[in-house]
Design a protein around this ligand. Structure first.
Ligand code: TXA
Ligand code: MG
Length: 318
């Protein structure tokens, strides 16, 4: 188990020594290392057992600090940065020499994000170097939204867990870049398309569902619990299954025919924001429960519902 606390000085000291520290963000907890220390970056891949072809996001405290590491020249991306940072947005920007190729898996763009969490913003200002941080979970598993999630799976791999409480958004950042001079979304996430389009107009979706994606990290199977997971209409799913004990993750109504199933309601009031906050926690609870299989409702394809459905489809894919 790793020491957990709110000591920013200690977190800074460890990071500058090349150690791994778990950091809170509004989306999910990150497994952070100094992005310009290659040895430290390698230890992220080792701790997560993440393939080196899957590049990392670098985290910075403010827009001014980006210029040293990447070009934020595109006017449309500048508008998005001003509108949504700090927040659940990641921009793919032309990288500068100083960013190790290891961080970008050899790509000439680097993913940049300014997270919205006071502890982490303070930490980033203090250390004055970008933090490379993927979600703090073993590769392919459900992302962590609480310090205890990190401790349970990676507690022996991190030097410290900076405790910022439960994550306020609960879904990873939305990843946006430019391709063929168009604004493209490469990963659905905590910032809804509707909000993005209010700033830059219509955007293209480049969301990959294959097992050999062009943009790494958009693998078909990801965010997956260990138990079999089925998504769809709960009544229909339950009707097919009479023998097994089931953990049901639902949204809104929960008056199913079922008697001794475990029920996890993402949001009784059908609030998509609340569902996003609960999603990964409930997937973990269902996975750790006595149920044999997990069944989950598909959510409405609007706002954060799209990103939630995207995660569920990947989680069910294996
Ligand atoms: O909300 C988040 O984005 C969280 C918090 C910790 O900031 N981080 C996160 O990191 O979700 P990770 O590594 O779990 O997912 C990052 C995704 C991966 O799918 C990766 O392939 C993609 O971003 N990515 C990173 N750099 C990229 C690049 N240069 N080009 C294309 N995709 C990139
Ligand atoms: Mg991840």
């Amino acid at each position: 188990m790793a020491e957990t606390g709110k000591n920013i000085d200690l977190a800074a000291e460890l990071l500058l020594k090349g150690k791994l520290v778990a950091i809170p963000t509004e989306t999910v907890y990150g497994l952070a290392a100094n992005a310009i220390n290659e040895k430290a970056v390698i230890s992220i891949f080792e701790a997560k057992q993440r393939p080196f072809f899957d590049p990392l996001i670098i985290h910075l405290p403010d827009i001014e600090s980006i210029a040293k590491y990447a070009d934020l020249k595109d006017i449309r991306l500048q508008k998005l940065a001003k509108a949504f940072w700090p927040g659940p947005l990641t921009l793919l920007l032309p990288k500068k020499e100083i960013v190790p190729n290891l961080v970008t898996s050899g790509l000439n763009h680097v993913a940049v994000r300014i997270p919205k969490h006071t502890l982490t913003l303070e930490l980033l200002k203090k250390i004055n170097t970008p933090l490379a941080a993927p979600s703090a979970n073993p590769f392919g598993y459900v992302s962590p939204t609480e310090p205890a999630h990190v401790n349970r799976q990676l507690g022996d791999k991190v030097a410290y867990i900076l405790d910022g409480g439960p994550c306020a958004v609960g879904l990873e950042s939305t990843i946006i870049g430019i391709e063929e001079d168009k604004v493209c979304i490469f990963r659905l996430g905590g910032l809804a398309i509707e909000d993005i389009e209010k700033i830059v107009g219509k955007v293209e979706l480049q969301i990959n569902h294959s097992s050999d994606p062009k943009a790494p990290g958009q693998l078909k199977s990801h965010y997956a619990p260990k138990k079999p997971l089925y998504i769809g209409n709960i009544e229909q799913l339950l009707a097919k299954n009479t023998i097994k004990k089931i953990a049901v993750i639902c949204f809104g109504e929960e008056n199913f025919q079922a008697k001794d199933h475990l029920i996890f309601n993402l949001s009784k009031n059908k609030d998509l924001q609340e569902a996003a906050i609960n999603l990964f926690k409930y997937l973990r609870l269902a996975d750790d429960s006595s149920a044999d299989v997990v069944m989950c409702s598909e959510l409405p394809e609007v706002g954060l519902g799209r990103a939630i459905n995207d995660r569920l489809k990947r989680a069910a894919a294996h």
